[in-house]
Design a protein around this ligand. Structure first.
Ligand code: FES
Ligand code: FE
Length: 431
């Protein structure tokens, strides 16, 4: 297990411990900022990051503040909270968030922190409630976050001043995105690109049937870098590579469309499915052909679920894929959707969740077997966890120096790291 540190233990040299608290805290902040500025200044474009940006204990807090608290994060699928009163909770750094469907069916999100004295309100990962009731002194909030009951408060106390702090929410095609910051990146281009691609799959009509949680002993950036390339796939993912067609390492250098590609596009067009790829500043979206004759991510390429998702003909849809910086990617095939999310939980520690969604009417044991449905991505995620942890171990060595990303197979890694550094430097300029 990695050693855990409280925030105040980061970079606390004993020689400075006799400074008065305020001065010491100020010194620590300045010192960390200077360290970080130096690390970003040292970084070379097209290369992996300087060691400290993967290993320095202060970087975890910095990444939460500079990245995860300011950007759009995928929070889940709407089908995880299908009924008014259903909620799910998640943690962004130290901040718990509750995502809830209100009585009008609209999804909202709030900081899961009571406006009385700050207790955490919902403690379960998911649940159902008519009101959100703080367990401490039972202040009660409606599903829009309004304080509707607070017993024994003095005269003049005005409940309307104590609404739960709202978090920005967007939904597209049945997927929920949140941003904790006050000035989120522009969501409109992402919506415009994703909506036509995702809608035919009718993800609102799915249900979550399995969740895999992995605690990986690796910095979230190493986990995501690994998730942004398939350079390693052939060697590391025997199950996945039976059905995944890896474009990044097998390319026809002539640029001419190949027969399988033309056939795939024609088939998609005949069923009204858009194809193509959109790469934005913080997202990538596309639809791609699977390997020849494969219809799903299963070990034999045949669907794992008898009921297909959405209005997609016979389920021969390739894979509709989207990814967002910084926290995940998704694959939708004809019969199921798989979602991969990344949550940094401490220095060198990342929680990865894998979720599998099938048609809401599919019945386990009748329409699908869970083991077969989850076999490929379960194995792939475990393989990737090993790779990320191994990468972290190597990066900690005094021998580590940043190495070049392949311009053929690792462009998306390079884009992720460019985006990370640009976002971090923007944040640093404002501090
Ligand atoms: Fe929530 Fe007191 S802290 S009711
Ligand atoms: Fe992988």
């Amino acid at each position: 297990m990695p050693q855990r540190f409280s925030k105040d233990e980061y970079h606390a040299p004993t020689s400075e411990l006799n400074l008065p608290n305020q001065a010491f805290n100020q010194w620590k902040i300045m010192s960390r900022m200077e360290n970080l500025r130096a690390l970003f200044a040292e970084r070379r474009r097209g290369y992996s990051l300087p060691q400290g940006l993967y290993t320095d204990l202060a970087v975890h807090d910095f990444d939460i503040r500079a990245i995860f608290q300011r950007t759009w994060l995928q929070a889940g699928f709407e089908s995880e909270i299908p009924t008014p009163g259903d909620y799910l909770t998640l943690k962004v750094g130290e901040s718990s968030v509750v995502v809830v469907r209100n009585l009008d069916g609209v999804v909202g999100a709030f900081f899961n922190t009571c406006r009385h004295r700050g207790a955490q309100i919902c403690s379960e990962k998911r649940g159902h409630a008519a009101r959100l009731v703080c367990p401490y002194h039972h202040w009660s909030y409606d599903l829009r976050g309004r304080l509707v009951q607070a017993a024994l408060m003095h005269e003049g106390f005005d409940r309307s001043n104590f609404t739960l702090r709202a978090i920005k929410v967007e939904t597209v095609g049945g997927v929920i995105f949140i941003c904790l910051g006050d000035s989120p990146p522009n969501f409109a281009p992402f919506r415009t690109a994703l909506e036509p691609m995702i809608e035919p799959h009718e993800l609102r009509k799915t249900k979550l049937v399995h969740t895999q949680t992995l605690i990986e002993h690796a910095d979230w950036k190493l986990v995501m870098e690994n998730a942004r390339e398939c350079y390693h796939c052939r060697a590391a993912h025997p199950q996945l590579m039976r059905s995944l067609r890896d474009f990044t390492t097998v390319r026809d250098t002539s640029g001419a469309p190949q027969q399988w590609e033309t056939a795939f596009i024609q088939n998609c067009e005949s069923t009204g499915l858009p194809t193509g790829e959109v790469i934005g500043e913080w997202y990538q979206i596309g639809r791609y052909a699977l390997s020849d004759g494969m219809l799903s991510y299963t070990t034999d390429g045949k669907p794992a679920v008898a009921k297909t998702l959405g209005s997609v003909g016979n389920g021969d849809v390739g894979v509709m894929w989207w990814a967002i910086q910084p926290n995940g990617f998704n694959h939708v095939v004809g019969d199921y959707a798989f979602c991969f999310q990344v949550w940094p939980t401490g220095p060198g520690e990342t929680v990865v969740t894998g979720k599998w969604f099938v048609h809401q009417e599919a019945v386990e044991g009748v329409d699908y077997k869970l083991e077969r449905l989850t076999e490929v991505w379960t194995a792939t995620n475990e393989q990737d966890a090993s790779l990320a942890e191994n990468l972290q171990r190597g990066v900690r060595s005094i021998a580590y120096t940043p190495g070049p990303y392949s311009r053929i197979t690792e462009q998306l890694v390079s884009r992720l790291i460019d985006w990370y550094c640009d976002s971090a430097e923007t944040f640093l300029r404002g501090t």
